[in-house]
Design a protein around this ligand. Structure first.
Ligand code: NAI
Length: 398
């Protein structure tokens, strides 16, 4: 088992989430951190013999000049996370993995994301096909140079604005010719997804961007015998919603309204400050409560960028509900979480589980990963406990 070497390829590698996942892998493999917060660190997963942190090599695409070490320093300075001794112990790994970073594509990523780009080696590809080929060359090179048995691609890049899909996205037959057009038929997140799936690599979308969520992409995954999962990691406020909403449903309380106000100040928040990009996030955050209850109370989700909060998100939720004899009551909670610290370990869980699934010969959507996502592909269930039961069932039948 320890002979195997696997690759984790991150799109948006040097952001908060990508860097925390990377530092986490190094810290776990060097034994300077324990598995707290890794779902796959639970005893339930022991029989699966998932890939161990020391077996991983990290690489990825970026549009900024930053490296892992610089982002670790930024997160330490701005957000006061990561013990200096832990970060110091991992510098060598971070430096080595920085040599696996490659310039990403800006094709169809939208103006809010393009404004972040400061790498001088970003090419402006003419067609979707050109961008896909360049991404695939980077992925093949990563796999071959590091002699990797398997590679998983995870999207942790900035949230794109919603991208409307149409007939052309319904089948491979229609989408393939459209890749040659001057006006690309896919946003950047989907170009990466296509590149990965076409090479037969598992693809997971941790963001609300379109990624692989279209019928033609599922067809491609099946044809290339690989797996997909997503989308939008469920790490904080929405996790709380999908834990609490079942309680209201099972006590037969009537939910009248659910208001969630989120404030945070990291780079993700800066991109989400653009109304177009924010719309994607609000869409995935706002649907879960109604879906669990089976009716729609009044809901409001707001997301505001407050620079000084850095990576620390505060979410205030006000839940108004009706009990016996029509009496109205209120539950309020305040969630104060560090975004990258919540998300990083889930990225590692998803990498381990996606690699495992592909190794077993699974193909298509990984439905059992629903509990990790706000908007799980192929699963309508949002109740966290029912979603986790899917994962338990899966592990038992493996
Ligand atoms: P971030 O802004 O720190 O990192 C995103 C990185 O992606 C940046 O370094 C940026 O330069 C890079 N990037 C943007 N477009 C790119 C492209 N086309 N190609 C290559 N790289 C590109 O954001 P953060 O906090 O790391 O979040 C990452 C993503 O994960 C966001 O979409 C966020 O909404 C999503 N997410 C985060 C959660 C959390 O932090 N708890 C929870 C759920 C989802």
């Amino acid at each position: 088992m320890s002979e195997r070497r696997v690759g984790l390829w991150l799109i948006g590698a040097c952001g908060g989430v990508g860097t925390t996942a990377t530092l986490g892998l190094a810290a776990l493999s060097r034994g300077v951190s324990d598995s707290t917060s890794l779902v796959t660190g639970l005893p339930l997963f022991e029989p699966l013999h998932l890939d161990e942190p020391a077996q991983f090599v990290v690489g990825g695409h970026e549009i900024r000049r930053a490296g892992f070490r610089q982002t670790v320093r930024e997160l330490q300075k701005r957000s006061n996370i990561f013990e200096p001794a832990l970060a110091d112990a991992c510098q060598e790994d971070l430096e080595r993995w920085e040599s696996n970073l490659r310039p990403g594509t800006l094709l169809q990523c939208g103006p809010a994301i393009a404004r972040l780009a400061d790498r001088t080696d970003l090419t402006t590809s003419d067609t979707a096909r050109d961008a896909i080929e360049r991404i695939q060359n980077d992925l093949r090179d990563f796999r071959d140079r590091n002699k990797l048995d398997q590679v998983v691609v995870i999207n942790v890049s900035s949230t794109e604005a919603p991208f409307e899909t149409g007939d052309v996205h319904e089948s491979l037959e229609r989408l393939i010719p459209a890749l040659e057009r001057r006006q690309p038929p896919l946003p950047a997140s989907s170009l990466y997804a296509w590149a990965a799936l076409d090479l037969g690599l598992p693809y997971i979308n941790f963001t609300p961007s379109l990624g692989a969520s279209l019928p033609a992409m599922l067809e491609l995954a099946k044809e290339r015998r690989t797996v997909i999962g997503g989308k939008d990691g469920k790490t904080g406020e929405t996790l709380m919603k999908t834990v609490l909403a079942p309680m209201f449903a099972l006590r037969n309380w009537q939910l009248l309204s659910w208001v969630g106000h989120n404030i945070f100040g990291n780079r993700d928040g800066q991109v989400l400050d653009d109304p177009a990009n924010k719309a994607s996030k609000i869409r995935t955050k706002d649907q879960v409560v109604s879906s669990i209850l089976g009716y729609k109370p009044q809901t409001l989700v707001s997301i505001e960028y407050i620079d000084s909060l850095d990576d620390w998100k505060t979410a205030w939720n006000h839940i108004h509900f009706k009990g016996f004899l029509g009496t109205k009551m209120t539950l309020q909670f305040i969630w104060q979480g560090c975004d990258s610290i919540l998300a990083g370990p889930l990225v590692l869980d998803l990498a381990r589980l996606a690699l495992f699934a592909q190794r077993r010969g699974e193909v298509g959507v990984l439905r059992h990963l629903a509990c990790f996502f706000k908007n799980p592909i192929g699963v309508q269930e949002h109740d966290f406990f029912k979603q986790f039961a899917l994962l338990e069932e899966y592990v038992k039948q493996c």
